[in-house]
Design a protein around this ligand. Structure first.
Ligand SMILES: [Zn+2]
Length: 346
């Protein structure tokens, strides 16, 4: 996200980049970024929790009263295992909708969820490239409290780049893998807090060019289904994980989300000492949370769209394992686990 505008942003005259790779990023973000030269240019030097303050981009830190006191030990994922999952998922190669590798990956995910309560939200979608089978894979981990925390991440890879060897290590791989690791963390005894549902979403990517109708095939369907069957009302928080393993990690504050939830995530990051990787920049982002956000669900998109200098690795064949780090998966993984813990207290 930021890198594609870093040069633009740091130049004197703001302008909106024209790169098609920016399909995910709304004009609002681009404009915000274009005005945000201070943040983008100073972020790298800011290693403390003091976020740069500019009117348009300073991500507000949570007020103390929004964060309950918490003396419980910080939760930790097994980052090495999560990284190994990313490696294995990426090794399948291109995993776009309708492909054989996509089916193989579905079987791989299912093989890691044996014994868990799994629902296959399957349907056929119509696109400008034809009809495709779509599967949102939902693993449910029940809790004592009434309500559901949903964690999502897409497992399909970019369709337009399907014949160019695009393997989506970060974009598709890391999101699939972090959810597999969360399943490891959640299975076992019934949770004391809310139920947690993990959703491997399908058809997140556009088949031609990102638009309201060519994108988010899986989650648009699931949001409608959950609206009809009453599930949406039970969701306390919904968080999307996307591109979370970049070795140079900087999670953008996606402003089309619930401010209190974004604050809670930031507070969780602070507890782990990870806050320098969160929210130095902000803007609205189109991702799997959007269909739910539109229906009033408290959402947060947890995404690093600053993938390589000038975002050069995003949606390119350079989105490969060597750009990623298990430490980044640990930072995001632990932060969202802690966020779940903070949500349980509410
Ligand atoms: Zn993508």
């Amino acid at each position: 996200m930021r890198p594609a505008t870093t040069m633009d942003v740091c130049q004197a005259s703001p302008r909106v980049p024209r790169c098609p790779l920016w399909s995910k990023i709304s004009v609002a973000l681009l404009l915000t970024m274009a005005q945000a030269n201070t943040v983008a240019c100073t972020k790298e030097t800011s290693s403390t929790n003091a976020l740069p303050k500019t009117e348009s981009t300073a991500a507000p830190q949570p007020s103390p009263q929004t964060v309950p006191p918490d003396n419980a030990p910080l939760p930790h994922i097994d980052a090495a295992r999560a990284f190994q999952y990313t490696r294995e998922v990426t090794a399948f190669g291109p995993r776009y909708m309708g492909s054989e590798n996509h089916k193989k990956l579905e079987r791989y995910i299912a093989s890691h969820l044996q014994g868990d309560q799994v629902e296959d939200d399957a349907f056929t979608t119509d696109t400008v490239e034809g009809k495709f089978p779509v599967h949102n894979i939902i693993a449910k981990f029940p809790g004592e409290k009434d309500g559901i925390i949903v964690i999502m991440g897409h497992y399909d890879t970019n369709y337009p780049l399907r014949n160019m060897g695009f393997v989506g290590a970060n974009d598709g791989g890391s999101s699939t893998a972090i959810l597999l690791e969360y399943a490891n963390q959640l299975r076992g005894k019934k949770r004391d807090g809310y139920s947690v549902w993990l959703v491997w979403t399908d058809g997140e990517e556009a088949v031609q060019q990102w638009s309201d109708t060519d994108s988010l095939y899986g989650t648009r369907h699931l949001a409608e289904k959950w609206d009809k069957d009453g599930t949406l009302k039970k969701i306390k928080a919904l968080m999307v994980m996307d591109m979370i393993a970049d070795a140079d990690l900087d999670i953008v504050r996606a402003t089309n989300g619930a401010p209190w939830l974004l604050d809670l995530i930031y507070a969780a990051a602070q507890r782990g000492g990870y806050q320098s990787h969160f929210y130095a920049t902000e803007g609205a982002i189109e991702d799997d949370h959007v269909p739910f956000f539109k229906l009033g669900v408290p959402c947060a998109d947890v995404i690093d769209l600053d993938y390589g200098y000038n975002n050069v690795f995003h949606h390119t064949t350079q989105d490969t394992m060597d750009k990623l780090s298990p430490k980044s998966m640990e930072i995001v993984g632990d932060t969202i686990l802690e966020t779940i813990h903070l949500l349980d207290q509410r």
